[in-house]
Ligand binder design. Structure first.
Ligand code: SAM
Length: 221
């Protein structure tokens, strides 16, 4: 399949998609296992939550979120056929984990609202105007009390990063990621309508879970 954004690295080759979880564990020397568990734990998922996972990949994250649910559900959207197979296999005993083959980079309406929208290591891989569409999709699919959870790179100056961090980033990342780390994401999300933020730093300042709330607590709708 031809790439929608030829300069992007988040549209994976079939090989990388097929082995995504293993490759991630390998390149992070196993560090990713604990990383993703801590990130998901920071979402404060409630049993009945209805969660939308944008660019859900293999279903690894959906399965982790599922552990916190009891009656709630997680809907994963992704464009990749390989990811669809992986997700369906991984979540086959989890009736509340549903995969929908769908693009997230164009406006869409699933006809329902969610308590939480999650996006993990996808946003950085799009051009800025496309990221803004993804953010609008997230905002429009959230209930009034809902929250948007962005797990991705933090904001940092690559020139000031240690040699090994610069080396890895330059090796694995596309041009959009270089732009992503230099932007003020709270300001961008505020302009999109979000009112309040929480930040959970992971891997020093190089990655974070940024939570954006749609509504101020106690505010009238
Ligand atoms: C780097 S992977 C991250 C997967 C998953 N979120 C995770 O953290 O393990 C990026 C994912 O985004 C998906 N993706 C890329 N472009 C997309 C688009 N336009 N619409 C929906 N999914 C997309 C890819 O198929 C891939 O599964």
């Amino acid at each position: 399949m031809e790439k929608l954004y030829p300069d992007s690295e988040v549209e994976l080759t079939p090989f990388v998609a097929k082995h995504y979880d293993v490759l991630l564990n390998m390149v992070t020397l196993g560090f990713y296992r604990g990383f993703i568990r801590r990130a998901v734990a920071s979402m404060k998922i409630k049993k009945k939550d209805e969660i939308l996972d944008l660019g859900c990949g293999t279903g690894r994250n959906a399965c982790l979120m599922y552990q916190y649910l009891g009656g709630g559900y997680v809907t994963g959207l992704d464009i990749s056929e390989v990811m669809e197979k992986k997700f369906r296999k991984k979540c086959k005993n989890k009736p509340g984990a549903v995969f929908v083959r769908h693009r997230i980079d164009i406006p869409f309406n699933l006809g329902k609202k969610f308590d939480k929208v999650f996006i993990s290591f996808v946003l950085h891989g799009f051009p800025q105007d496309v990221r803004e569409v993804v953010i609008r999709n997230a905002f429009n699919h959230l209930k009034e009390e809902g929250s948007f959870h962005i797990l991705d790179y933090g904001e940092f100056d690559l020139h000031k990063a240690p040699f090994y961090a610069r080396f890895i980033f330059k090796k694995i990342e596309c041009k959009y990621a270089f732009d992503y780390i230099g932007r003020d994401w709270k300001k961008i999300l505020k302009e999109a309508g979000f009112t309040r933020f929480e930040e959970y730093k992971l891997a020093g300042r190089y990655a974070r879970m940024l939570t954006a709330y749609k509504k101020e607590p106690g505010a009238k709708s």
